[in-house]
Write a protein that binds this ligand. Sequence first.
Ligand code: ADP
Length: 449
Amino acid sequence: MFNKILIANRGEIAVRIIRCCKELGIGSVAVYSEADREAMHTRLADEAVCIGPAASAQSYLNIAAVMSAAELTDVQAIHPGYGFLAENAEFADIVIESGYTWIGPSPESMRTMGDKVTAKQKMKEAGVPLVPGSAGAVHDAEEAKHIAREAGFPVIIKASAGGGGRGMQVVHSEGALPGAFNKCQSEAAAAFGDDTVFIEKFLEEPRHIEVQVLGDTHGNLVHLFERECSMQRNNQKVLEEAPSPFVDAKTRQILCEAGVAAASAVNYVGAGTIEFLMNPDKSFYFIEMNTRIQVEHPVTEWITGVDLVEWQVRVAAGEKLAFTQEKIKKKGHAIECRINAEHPFKFTPSPGTIALYHAPGGRSVRVDAAIYTGYQVPPHYDSMIGKIITHARDRQKCIRRMQRAIDELAIIGITTNRELHERLLANAAFQKGDFNIHFLENWLKQMHL
Ligand code: ADP
């Protein structure tokens, strides 16, 4: 096992990893920007190194600065968290070439899955269902027309190198196709330095359902069931749960096996997630794999009892998974609400000083946050400041527990999305599990909020 790990991240995920290190008796090194001197992760870690100014490009995305901090503190391994450098294969290469252990999958699996066209080809070979559309890259508007006619409108044009909900164009008619195609191509070139695009049928009422996997370096690979993340705004998740209220036992088995097949195809090591879209008839299609820990991992941890971050570290240290697929059981239901420093309905960021913070507690309530009374939420980073997770015997009880927890939460001084969660949890369609990925945005439109 490692003596000391550097955490190349900030916010609640850095705190989550530091806590894990402490429980495993491993030293922790935080890196922080000038805006994060008083941040929770900076304070909680055993050591902390300033890596640059507030702007992420000069600090949390600055590979040279992160590597200097690793050398200065003499760590053995680097955990990238999520976001920032977590899916940057070049960074993983540098970490490994510099003699440190990368707490994540091989750079090769990251590269394969990071390029959507390559990933889809690999998934096709592995027999994982794909959204109907182009077999690979689409080169011009003529070819695009051909494929769109075959798949049927609406279609979605996507950048192969895209991510974070960027680099996508939905097209409803043939007339709009050439313009959208050219736009997507030039935006992809500008944003990702790669103008490769492809086409998929645009599914109109899908649910976002993903499978958690965990692999070791000894050839073992298991799934830890699914999560449902259909509650989204601007392609960003707001509330997640496990298991999905929509997935029955038979579908679950096929879905999770597809997840394992997808991960096996790239010899996956560590914690990863295969994202699928599921139609109302329960047919499902691979959309992408996230080669890192995800924000919503606690809901899976709660229903399975497996500590995913601990296993990321153990697997990176060469340990074998201590459980086989048959040993992993799910129990009850878990929900996560992301707490964001933003307007609850307009989603505009609301940084500032937290005059008072009171966290909920009690039975089966988990709070993964990076805030405290007096903390100044900086304006430079993602608006998510924490997460509340609840667990209960069944979904209904879990919703009630979350309502109770959100009711107890007090964050004074800045605007948060607390009211969005209050309303959502009380919504009849949400309570029935009757929704798809467009639910939240349509509902907000109807309420004129
Ligand atoms: P990113 O890498 O940017 O997250 P994804 O391919 O995972 O891109 O897609 C992000 C979101 O876009 C999905 O969660 C879904 O809401 C929507 N989406 C992507 N592909 C399709 C599709 N073929 N049909 C309908 N919606 C889609």
